[in-house]
Design a protein around this ligand. Structure first.
Ligand code: GRF
Length: 201
């Protein structure tokens, strides 16, 4: 099963997925890394691993549809079945959503629908909540609004700083996200194709 990872950050979720693949926990391979930040660590890591990279500057294109058309072409060329967003900070448009309906995943560092968008950990911390967490969800046209697949709680303790919460959340992401990807790729149980399509409606 060919997986495309879209990443423009530090690439720790990319690392986690690659580790799970190496251990045989995900029956697939990362065949393509897409990034809108050519200088990101995620791109560097992918190159080191010999993964094909499509990186681009959105400002070089005449709008979202234009660059997504190029991404779609690369996904087709690599026979991509699943798109795994991991720190790709752009909304996905219809050019990619339509052909990949129900097959684009995202991980978000909060218990959605709480704290969508940027700096979800900071939002939770500033709000003073005692429990936040991690959400893995299917992607739709909204910002962190798609159908939720899995969530895991992370507690915020009195002695925590934003950084310690961030670290705890990332640890959870690195286990939860590859687990869900592995189950989806297998397509068994609650993640068989029919129930995924059902959840997406
Ligand atoms: C993760 O914390 C994820 O929740 C958010 O972007 C971050 C990406 O981190 N969507 P990394 O690049 O995988 O380290």
């Amino acid at each position: 099963t060919n997986i495309a990872v879209f990443a423009s950050g530090t690439g720790t979720n990319l690392d986690a997925l690659l580790g799970a693949i190496d251990r045989g926990e995900v029956e697939g391979e990362v065949s393509l890394l897409v990034s809108d930040k050519p200088s990101s660590k995620a791109v560097e890591k992918a190159k080191t691993r010999g993964i094909e990279v499509l990186s681009f500057q959105p400002s070089d294109f005449n709008g979202k549809a234009a660059y997504e058309q190029v991404i779609l072409g690369a996904c087709r060329e690599h026979d991509i079945e699943w798109i795994v967003l991991a720190g790709f900070m752009r909304l996905i448009g219809t050019t990619l959503l339509t052909p990949f309906e129900g097959r684009i995943l995202n991980v978000h560092p909060s218990l959605l629908p709480a704290f969508p968008g940027k700096d979800a950990v900071g939002q939770a911390f500033d709000e003073g909540v005692e429990v936040t967490g991690v959400t893995v969800h299917l992607v739709d046209e909204g910002m962190d609004t798609g159908p939720i697949l899995e969530q895991q709680e992370v507690r915020i303790e009195a002695e925590d700083t934003k950084e310690t919460v961030q670290q705890r959340i990332q640890k959870v992401e690195h286990v939860l996200y590859p687990k869900v990807v592995g189950e989806l790729v297998k397509g068994e149980g609650k993640y068989d194709k029919a129930s995924i399509t059902e959840r997406f409606r």
